[in-house]
Write a protein that binds this ligand. Sequence first.
Ligand SMILES: [Zn+2]
Length: 240
Amino acid sequence: MGVCLSISAQAYTIVIDAGHGGKDAGAIGRISQEKNINLSVAKELGRLIEQNMPGTKVIYTRKTDVFVELHERAQIANRAKADLFISIHTNSTAAGLKGTTTSGTETYTLGMHRAAENLEVAKRENTVITLESNFEQKYEGFDPKSSESYIIFELMHDQNMASSVNFAKEIQKQFRATAGRIDRGVHQAGLLVLARTSMPAVLVELGYINNAEEEKYLNTSAGVATLAKSIYNAFVAYKK
Ligand SMILES: [Zn+2]
C-alpha cells in the first residue's frame, strides 16, 4: 500500500536570499562591499537551520559571488513553493563613503512607505534591476528611481502581510536581545523582490556599511555569527 509518509518529512522550506552579488556590489564601505557581508550571514543562517532543524529545507538564491536578477530570486522561492522568504542586505545612508553616525538594524515587509527614508531604502535596493537586460519589459515599465512608480504598492493587498510582519518583529526582537544591536524597527516599503514572492517575505538590513564602527562589526566572524544566530532564533520563534 502506497502510504505517503514522506509528505511531512520535509514539510517546510525557507529561501535565503543574499542580496546583490557579482557585478552588483550593493552598498560600498571603506573596507568591504555589501554583497559579501550579505552572503556570509546568509550562509551562516542556512548552516544553523540545516544543522538544527532537519525538517526544514533551505534553498539559497546564491551561494557564491554571482549576479542573480531580482525577479529570478523571487521565482526561485515561488517555484519551490517555499513557506518563507528572507532577503539579507546591509544598509547605507545617502552620505555614502563620507560616513555616518547612523547605526542599527531594520527589517522590511512589503507595503507603502510612510516615511521618506523607507522610500530611499526601496529605491536603493530596487535600482539593481537597471543592471539587468530588458528590465523595462521584465518589470512592466517600473522605474526604480521614480517616486511615482511606487504608487502601485499602495494598491497591493498582500495576504501574507500579517505573517511577514510577525517574522519581522521577531527578527528585530532578536537583533536587540541576542546581538545587542540598535533596533530601528519594522518598516514597510515597495521592495520589488518582496512584491514578486507569493509567500510571507521579509528583507533585513543588518547595519550601516558606511558607519565605520558598524562596518568593522559586520566584517568580523563574531558579528556574522551573532547576526545569523539572531535571525535563526527569530525563525525558530516564528515557526512555533
Ligand atoms: Zn542591498
